[in-house]
Design a protein. Sequence first.
Length: 164
Amino acid sequence: MRVRAGVLVTVLGFALVGCGVQPTGVIGAGEPATGLTRGIRLYYASDGGLRGVPVLDKEVENLASVVKLLASGPPPAERRGGLTNLVELGGYTVTGRGTRVTVRLESPYAGTGRDQGTGQLVCTLARTQSVLDPTVGTDEVEVTLRRPDGPDLGPYRCAEFLAG
């Protein structure tokens, strides 16, 4: 009986010591995961292109309110990280239905349509429209800017400003 107890204690001892996996410490795995996330994001310009910043502490009920948030610029931490706002709008109205969003501008628009400021607006509105209407994907939304002093800009999709 003592031999059995000794064998059992020895076997349990080996089992408790481990299975041969040694601790390794912290292992670098590269950059954080990227890709689509849930919720509204405001897109800001940087030297590396557009970057989305989640809206965590504010309620967004419509497209006009998200444009107002975007125009207020990135939060201080993101500003220190190199993000900036290039969107400059006078008066405007924003409407969205399904995959279509239209921004009617009341004053001249300085953007060319292929600039980061326009991209900020397009990506922010596309993302917001897909959150407000869950039947629509962000990549499906087309945003058109109607200028009072020239032809329309767009329709644009966010992916046009994120590629490259």
